[in-house]
Design a protein around this ligand. Structure first.
Ligand SMILES: Nc1nc2c(ncn2[C@@H]2O[C@H](COP(=O)(O)OP(=O)(O)OP(=O)(O)O)[C@@H](O)[C@H]2O)c(=O)[nH]1
Ligand SMILES: [Mg+2]
Length: 464
């Protein structure tokens, strides 16, 4: 197999979003991005690898520092026909490799003289200035296929004046926002790049195909991760040996704590797995820990965190009760009871009314003293599955949409959806699943498949 892959050097003035664009297009969140000019000091190639194969490679480079001086040198040494100007640029790089004064220019020109195409980045939220023309002239001397990216870092929009100037130097001028770009924008940009150079058309078209498949695979892996996690948590039972005939209050307290901690640990692991799937290896999170207190599962606060409205929290309990029919338990009875009353302000009261033991099943198992076991779980609370799923879907959708150029913490506190996060269909299958799991039963293959497919639909809706 040929090892050829298209290469692009991302170049421009310092602090214009070059590294951000490289991070976004190579799906690499390890690239250094900073708000002071000069963050990137040396060139570095970032290959986009899928299945161990390089699809294309982007070179992050430092910004131009002494463009005018470089250009003067080129003109002085470059009395040659246009097709040989690249040789003059090569000569410049070779002669100045150890010259600290031109370190940034040597670094940024190096990948270009070695065959990389040019992506010139400007901040089009600032007015155009003639000082950029020298940089563009130098790039023109390289004679490589090139395009310009209009990045809007600030609020203002000077794209029109920029386009008029850039159009004279670059065959293609495109807007691309590395902070908000997702899969679709990524692919759109590649479609344009494919047209730039005949030699790239085929490999870039292939890259698009590979990226589309990769995206579908990520969605599939995410859904199956969430589905497995839900089943694991909803059927989880903590077991613990006890000394006497009955569990002491202390033993009960310890058992409940371990049960909760394990569930929190499951959630942490699920989130980490989803972050890995979306290639976010170092994401900081501002979050509200899963609250397993009896009040936590009912409070107004948790309703907003979990993406359920107060009304939904109560209705959820009620509709699940309708399915379980005769199995209508205390909680559901409580919820239904409250349905006829004013909903606002009631929710906290529901939580306060039902004690901890109504949420978890606590059992003592075993024949003889010393062999007895205290078990906690599976979770009986009927809102709990929605809480879990709401949190998981929300987190996963943020990860799927998050650009690899983002460095700020992801905010999991501001759940921006309320009703409709979990589609009606997914809600129904989740209820069915929970009815079985909370009784300690196992799911049939078909049930799991049905549940997973409704989850997938729910997730895809969130990604739109
Ligand atoms: N809001 C917003 N900020 C951006 C955008 N692109 C870049 N930035 C910010 O601008 C700053 C510079 O981004 P970098 O990607 O490091 O810029 P650079 O051109 O690589 O900078 P040097 O390596 O110093 O030449 C960072 O604080 C980025 O977060 C954008 O599209 N929108
Ligand atoms: Mg940089």
């Amino acid at each position: 197999m040929s090892s050829y892959h298209p290469k692009f050097a991302v170049v421009g003035h310092p602090n214009k979003g070059k590294s951000s664009i490289v991070a976004s297009l190579s799906l690499d969140d390890s690239i250094q991005i900073g708000n002071t000019p000069g963050t990137t000091q040396v060139k570095r190639g970032f290959p986009l690898k899928v299945d161990g194969k390089i699809v294309y490679e982007l070179f992050d480079t430092p910004g131009f520092q002494r463009a005018r001086r470089v250009y003067a040198w080129l003109e002085e040494h470059g009395d040659v026909p246009a097709n040989r100007r690249i040789d003059v640029v090569k000569q410049f790089v070779h002669e100045h490799r150890d010259n600290k004064k031109f370190r940034d220019e040597v670094e940024l020109l190096d990948p270009i003289i070695n065959g990389a195409g040019i992506i010139y980045v400007v901040d089009a939220s600032k007015p155009y200035g003639a000082e950029y023309e020298i940089e563009m002239e130098i790039l023109r001397w390289c004679g490589q296929p090139s395009m310009a990216i209009l990045n809007l870092i600030g609020e203002e929009d000077y794209r029109e004046e920029w386009s008029r100037a850039l159009g004279q130097y670059f065959r293609l001028v495109r807007t691309y926002n590395p902070m908000t770009a997702g899969h679709k924008e990524h692919v759109d940009l590649l479609e344009s790049i494919a047209q730039l150079n005949e030699a790239w058309t085929k490999p870039i078209k292939q890259a698009i195909e590979v990226l589309n498949k990769l995206y579908d695979l990520k969605v599939e892996q995410t859904v199956s991760t969430i589905s497995d996690y839900m089943v694991k948590v909803l059927s989880f039972v903590h077991k613990q040996k006890i000394v006497g005939e009955e569990a002491t209050p202390h033993e009960e307290k310890v058992a409940k704590e371990r049960y909760r901690n394990k569930i929190i640990e499951y959630e942490e692991r699920e989130q980490r797995d989803v972050e890995k799937i979306w290639q976010h290896n170092d994401v900081q999170k501002e979050e509200e820990q899963l609250n397993l207190d009896e009040v936590g599962l009912f409070s107004q606060e948790s309703a907003s965190i979990f993406g359920l409205s107060q009304k939904e929290l109560i209705l959820t309990g009620a509709s699940a009760g309708a399915i379980t029919g005769a199995g209508l338990d205390l909680l559901v009875a409580g919820s239904s009871l409250f349905l006829g009353t004013v909903i606002g302000g009631v929710v906290g009261g529901v939580g306060a009314m039902f004690g901890f033991d109504n949420l978890y099943e606590l059992k003592v198992l075993g024949q003889s003293v010393g062999r007895r076991e205290l078990t906690v779980g599976p979770m009986q609370n009927l809102n709990f599955p929605y809480v879990l799923l709401g949190r998981a879907l929300y987190h996963a959708s943020l990860m799927a949409k998050r650009s690899h150029a983002k460095r700020e913490a992801v905010n999991l506190k501001e759940v921006s959806f309320t009703e409709g996060v979990i589609s009606a269909e997914a809600r129904k299958t989740l209820e069915k699943v929970h009815v079985k799991l909370r009784k300690g039963k196992e799911l049939e293959k078909e049930e799991l498949a049905e549940y997973t497919s409704t989850l997938q639909k729910s997730f895809l809706e969130l990604l739109e």
